[in-house]
Design a protein. Structure first.
Length: 334
């Protein structure tokens, strides 16, 4: 089996760790091309056509459109990370080539991060930190320090990460509800509601786990945020553009709500000096809540490595692949 990765510049070290390279070498002939961004499309397409499996992910060059029309020996694109946008053309999937991504690999670390943000907001960790650093002792609004027990917690989205978040929340005895029109079924300990309005109207805190689609973009509106009680909490580890950020920031600037945001609208950043950086009721983690690089161990396989290796072995044995991408799945994915 011939495996190929074409890096735009240098292969991403978080993906191509020494252990992962050895595991790949045990499966076949592995070639990693550096500075692939300098190749013209015809040369790049020619190299891709010579492999059985193309490995893509962070830092890959885009698969040349000519490969869609004539894939040559290529039979499988193993995308090591999540979104294939800008790397794997959807026409390649429409043409029937097998394409997989990391599937449920980020589920636990992102869900764990969402829970950490929720607990930090509930216990007012940012305000405690500010109080100590300014010479004080306790936050001004201690009445907002809460517990997850009996917390009315709404889940917006019940995919891989939403399910993992639900599992982590179970021991804390929160009162959980969910809105997700695409979820086939939900467990009995989760109240299903039929609209976002119902979810916000009966929740003290909301955790966003939905994908960014045309339907979900800016779906958390000022009207919905106004339904949360004073001190209400919004946790977002999904995509920033799901939320009307101006409306949320207006609530935060007033001090009425709290938020733990791993993601922001646009490019996940705020301009230098933005006043939100100083708000005691806002915790920002810079789209890094899913990182799992510590402790530093070159012999460790991350979850996405394990998913990729499992699929590559399945491909080698002629078995069904996991997390195959389809047009429908892409339409409901971030």
């Amino acid at each position: 089996m011939k495996l190929l990765h074409v890096a735009h510049a240098h292969p991403n070290p978080r993906l191509f760790t020494p252990r992962f390279r050895r595991e790949l070498s045990a499966l076949g002939d592995v070639q990693i091309i550096e500075n692939g961004g300098q190749l013209d499309d015809a040369t790049c397409a020619g190299r891709v056509r010579e492999c059985d499996v193309l490995l893509t992910g962070w830092g890959s060059v885009q698969v040349p459109p000519a490969v869609v029309r004539s894939p040559g020996q290529l039979r499988y694109v193993c995308h090591l990370t999540g979104s294939v946008e800008g790397i794997v053309p959807i026409d390649l999937i429409r043409a029937g080539l097998s394409v997989t991504n990391w599937g449920d690999a980020p589920g636990f670390p992102v869900a764990e991060g969402a829970l950490a943000l929720l607990l930090a907001c509930l216990k007012q960790f940012p305000e405690h930190l500010i109080a100590k650093r300014s010479g004080g002792w306790r936050p001004n609004r201690q009445k907002w320090i809460g517990t997850m027990r009996d917390l009315r917690l709404g889940l917006y989205g019940y995919g891989v990460i939403g399910r993992a978040f639900h599992d982590l929340c179970r021991p804390f005895q929160a009162r959980l509800a969910v809105y997700d029109p695409f979820a086939a079924n939900v467990p009995a300990d989760l109240l299903r509601v039929t609209s976002l309005r119902d979810l916000f109207a009966q929740s003290d805190a909301i955790a966003v786990h939905a994908a960014l689609t045309p339907e979900t973009r800016s779906s958390i509106t000022a009207e919905l945020l106004a339904l949360l009680p004073d001190g209400g909490i919004l946790i977002n580890t999904a995509r920033g553009d799901i939320v009307n950020q101006d409306a949320l920031f207006a609530e935060l600037a007033r001090g009425r709500l709290r938020a733990g945001l791993d993601v922001l609208a646009g490019n996940d950043q705020l301009p230098v000096g933005h006043p939100a950086m100083q708000w005691p009721n806002l915790l920002l983690t810079g789209h890094a809540i899913h990182f799992t690089s510590w402790p530093d161990d070159p012999e460790r396989l991350d979850p996405w490595h394990e998913v990729a290796l499992d699929n590559l072995r399945r491909f080698q044995r002629g078995e069904p692949l996991r997390f195959l991408l389809t047009e429908e799945r892409l339409a409901r994915s971030t």
